[in-house]
Ligand binder design. Structure first.
Ligand code: GRG
Length: 303
């Protein structure tokens, strides 16, 4: 990928560096949003969000913001907020009541490193911190902040990620699931936050509705590709490469499109999604090359 990635790897690394720095700062003792936070809770929050990860969603916020001309500091706050929500979802997803995983991002999960109740509370605290970060983001226009809070609440909540997680848990008890139901569940569970990430840039820049909608559809398209690639990785994963029990999702009866249609169909669908994503950003010209390279990375990823 390095030869034709249009600077993607470098920009991903830079976005990761900036967002980790921002998260470090807002989770430090003495920061206004941390005033009075019990030390154990703050430590568990830090463990949940500062433990590695690709930081793909922050990159998408930063890159769509750059492309649309939004203020960088405001984009960074939105990127950090989104990573808090993504990390909370992983902390809760790993709990015994859900996937019951011991390792996340190659390290002990929060409930293993601390305890179950602390992990639940650390997830809750990361979720609420996200809204504090966006609300207090001084470089964003007040109207843009309100739009961001509204969109974040919709995509992370019952109509988005949380609802998708419930559908996923329910699907485990079904012997089979129609393709449309699988697609809906995945669009909500995984796609919603990625769609938000891509809408955040035009939203912060006050871009016209057409552009905002097109970037959102780009996000939905790469969100689908992300989940398909993730399911494909799970199909072929072994415990050593993914750090979780091999085939665990399959054993729990997870319903996926690669399981339904097989490897070749999935690869062809991934190629088609990358092409669709590229067409959606065609009006942005050469400036969009890094985001198009990101779409390719998501579809071809091995981690
Ligand atoms: C518990 C409310 C609640 C929601 C959980 C997203 C989710 C919903 C659960 C995660 C389960 C999972 C592993 C889904 C597959 C797609 C996914 C979100 C993978 C992890 O995202 P990456 O690869 O992770 O971006 P890093 O560690 O790089 O941030």
């Amino acid at each position: 990928m390095a030869d034709n990635d249009a600077g993607f790897e470098a920009r991903l690394a830079e976005a990761a560096r900036l967002v980790v720095e921002r998260l470090e700062r807002c989770l430090s003792e003495g920061e206004p949003l941390m005033a009075g936070v019990p030390a154990r809770l703050r430590a568990a929050m830090r463990h949940g969000v500062l433990n590695g990860g690709k930081r793909l969603r922050p990159f998408l916020v930063m890159e769509t913001a750059r492309l649309c001309g939004a203020p960088e500091a405001a984009a960074l706050d939105a990127a950090a907020a989104l990573e808090c929500i993504h990390s909370y979802s992983l902390v809760h997803d790993d709990l015994p009541a859900m996937d019951d995983d011991d390792l996340r991002r190659g390290q002990p999960t929060v409930h293993v490193a601390f305890d179950e109740a602390t992990a639940i509370l650390a997830g809750d605290a990361l979720l609420t911190l996200a809204f504090g970060l966006v609300a207090a983001s001084h470089d964003a226009e007040p109207q843009a902040r309100l739009h961001l809070v509204h969109a974040l609440s919709r995509e992370a909540g019952a109509a988005g990620m949380v609802g998708g997680q419930l559908l996923d848990l329910e699907a485990e008890d079904e012997t089979s699931l129609p393709e449309a139901a699988i697609a809906r569940m995945q669009a909500m569970k995984t796609g919603a936050l990625i769609a938000f990430a891509c809408e955040a840039g035009p939203l912060l820049a006050g871009a016209p509705a057409e552009k905002r909608e097109r970037f959102r559809r780009f996000g939905e398209t790469i969100g689908l590709a992300f989940q398909l690639a993730d399911d494909l990785l799970d199909e072929t994963a072994d415990a050593a490469t993914l750090g979780k029990a091999a085939g665990k999702d399959r054993a729990r009866g997870k319903k996926t499109l690669p399981a339904l249609h097989g490897h070749d169909w999935t690869r062809a669908r991934l190629d088609a999604l990358v092409a669709e994503a590229g067409e959606l950003l065609a009006p942005e010209g050469a400036d969009a090359a890094t985001l198009v390279a990101a779409a390719r990375f998501i579809a071809e990823r091995t981690r």
